[in-house]
Write a protein that binds this ligand. Structure first.
Ligand code: CMC
Length: 436
């Protein structure tokens, strides 16, 4: 018998089946042949929340959650964060190789020259309520770009796809900055092509009456590092949304808006905002033990802790902790850091968190750093979305070019009624469902 196979005995029928094992995985469709009789549909797997199901082959990002390893295209995240710029990493994620000097120059030029928003998009954003959540504005405006660039629907044309990718990476900081300016009631600042990706973003956020915005180099580099850390993270909830919606051959603007919608949730990218709310609620270091007790008693979660894949310290959280020290030298120490450090210290010594392998994730320290840099908490997830746009697009390209991919369409286990006799209106009793 071939070595790379799995033999299954169906105890319902006594039949044996041999199915191939490849990359430590069996194909779910191999199970379909396992039937109790000719009318049986065949065996399926049940995996709510994809706890043990691979949905694609990918060569973009590698994570070993037990060892706390994260690599983009084979390069450790620590090396990329220290040695590269965000746009260099974006090139790596999208094209598979680090750019040489000439390639990087052209790439940066292309992105820089697609940062401007169509005036119609600006007007569209002016229609949002003054206090709209920036993530709601971000998602809706990215979706609205689909109406500005209708040619994006031709997803089979590689050149056209790349054009939309460059547009999206160029424009997401402009949308993010405009949503911030809208909240604070300041006029839109147009992009400045002399500045780097993060410097220009800071210019669009914070320039007031000065003729030229000059970013603090420590802060713009720290933001660049944060963007590198958030650029991709293999098949998480948002990326799965990108791939799932993209599998219907939906254009990249609408697909990316779906991915960003998933990211907005508090269990995903929205956690960084929640961490700040939690630190506010705790108030002082002395209240940390009582808060931890509350969490252990089942009242809420320790936001910024735990991960589906990492059962070890999230390597991104380590880099953020290191980078935040440089930021605090410029901005002054965020007093919330002491509460966070105390939370981490107590949680890491506690059996509840140890047994469940709950460690700080990327969102635990990022918010404290963003706040020190001047971002309001409602903007934190938008910052995550700017960076993750690159990963979503790299994953989308991979999906479109993968001959094995089809429209994503899960199965279900039906738990409802069998066929029922129709009840005419006059014979219907009051339904025992809650009144609306
Ligand atoms: N605080 C307290 N208990 C927790 C936490 C937490 N942050 N996270 C998980 N647990 C407990 C959970 O209650 C469960 O306990 P029990 O076994 O007694 O039922 C156990 O740990 C396993 O948790 P789970 O919910 O089954 O794990 P999951 O893989 O489904 O969820 C998670 C992963 C990230 C959604 C979850 O850890 C969580 O909600 N964390 C807080 C939110 C957060 O920080 N999210 C950001 C994730 S990283 C960035 C990103 O993805 O965008």
């Amino acid at each position: 018998m071939a070595e790379n196979t799995l033999t299954i005995t169906d105890n319902r029928t006594g039949q044996m089946y041999t199915v191939p094992v490849e990359n430590g995985t069996i194909r779910a469709m191999s199970l379909r042949q396992i039937k109790t009789g000719p009318d049986d549909f065949g065996l399926m797997t049940y995996d709510p929340a994809f706890m043990n199901t691979a949905s694609c082959r990918s060569s973009i990002t590698y994570i070993d959650g037990d060892k706390g390893i994260l690599r983009y295209r084979g390069y450790p995240i620590e090396v990329l964060a220290e040695r590269c710029t965000f746009l260099e990493v974006a090139y790596l994620l999208l094209f598979g190789e680090l750019p040489n000097q000439g390639e990087l120059k052209t790439w940066v030029y292309d992105i820089t020259h697609h940062t401007m928003l169509h005036e119609a998009t600006k007007k569209f954003m002016e229609g949002f309520r003054y206090d709209s959540h920036p993530m709601g504005m971000f998602v809706s405006t990215v979706a609205a770009l689909s109406s500005v660039y209708p040619e994006a629907r031709d997803i089979h044309d590689a050149e056209n796809r790349m054009h939309q990718i460059v547009r999206l990476i160029g424009k997401v900081p402009s949308i993010a900055a405009l949503s911030y300016r809208h909240n604070v009631g300041f006029p839109y600042v147009y992009p400045d092509n002399d500045l780097s990706y993060t410097e220009n973003f800071m210019n669009m956020l914070w320039r007031m009456v000065e003729p030229k915005y000059v970013a603090n180099p420590v802060l713009s580099r720290a933001l660049d590092i944060l963007f590198i850390l958030h650029a991709d993270h293999e098949q998480n909830c948002g990326t799965n949304a990108m791939r799932s919606v993209g599998s219907a051959q939906t254009d990249p603007y609408l697909s990316l808006a779906s991915a960003a919608s998933a990211l907005a949730g508090p269990l995903h990218g929205g956690a960084n905002e929640e961490v700040l709310k939690m630190l506010d609620e705790i108030g002082t270091k002395d209240n940390v033990p009582a808060f931890i007790k509350k969490v252990k008693d089942g009242h809420g979660k320790l936001m910024g802790f735990g991960h589906r894949i990492y059962k070890n310290y999230d390597p991104r959280a380590k880099i953020i902790k290191w980078s935040s020290e440089q930021v605090f030298e410029v901005t002054g120490r965020n007093p919330k850091l002491d509460i966070a450090l105390e939370l981490e210290r107590i949680a890491l010594e506690d059996d509840y968190f140890n047994k469940r392998k709950l460690y700080p994730n990327v969102d635990f320290y990022s918010g404290i750093m963003y706040q020190a840099m001047g971002f309001p908490p409602a903007m934190f997830t938008v910052l995550f979305a700017i960076a993750r746009t690159v990963g979503w697009l790299a994953q989308w390209q991979e999906l479109v070019n993968d001959p094995e991919q089809k429209i994503a369409r899960p199965r279900q286990i039906y738990t409802g009624y069998d066929q029922r006799e129709f009840i005419p209106m006059e014979k219907r009793a009051a339904a025992s469902v809650p009144a609306r």
